[in-house]
Design a protein around this ligand. Sequence first.
Ligand code: SF4
Length: 270
Amino acid sequence: MPDAWQIDLVDEIKRASEPQEGQTIAVWFSCGAASAVAAKLAVKRWGNLCNVRVVNTPVLEEDPDNRRFLADVQDWLGVQIEQAVNPRFPHNSARAVWEKRRFMSGPRGAPCTLELKKQARQHWENANPCDWHVLGFTADEQRHHARFTLTERPNVLPVLIDAGLTKAACFGVLKNEGIVLPAIYRRGYPNANCIGCVKATSPTYWNHVRRVDPGVFADRAEQSRRIGCRLVEYRGERIFLDELPPDAMGRPLKSYDHECGLFCEEKEMA
Ligand code: SF4
């Protein structure tokens, strides 16, 4: 966790460096509420000065309603939302990644993040050099943003933090604009990531998937058993999903209130 002086340093760097005319800003839109509002603020603030490009890295295992949300946000922004895709996985299927890698998730991360998020992003960036990035760091994630700019990328524009918008406030902005949130939020999930995200280890999360999306739970249970990946942590040990008691509880769903990483773990998983 960064100290106060590190946050001050980040603020200083931020003040000293603002986007200049003609530069390119990539806004990474995850189909979540925060990055939708971040995109709107970026377009409003720099749309006339810079080349603001809004980019999404789709994953087949996300809720299909994420695509409807993307189309609604695209209309709201008035900017075409581009797709970044890893050519090695042109169908953007996390299942296909797990099958090919014979691995689903572990303490160092998940191969689906690496292939479908980070490498898709890198592929896009290689063809489209950009000067700045916008991610959905909210006002309640200021420390996370500070750590990120110090350890990963210094050129991330904190538009939601500057505007003082929390994640809850972003939901409010979309509601006021008449944009219906992705259906996955209404089904009780804390983010718009894939249904049955393999980075989750909590029994609470997996029993929520079992209750709300039983077909996905059965599919993850089958594939992870076959591949030999113990996805869930129960009573201090990793077990297979098909061993999880249906009433088991663990960390709250809110602890998965983060988006599938586009940048972090790059060094470990590459
Ligand atoms: S949301 Fe989870 S399952 Fe989907 S790509 Fe990211 S880490 Fe993998």
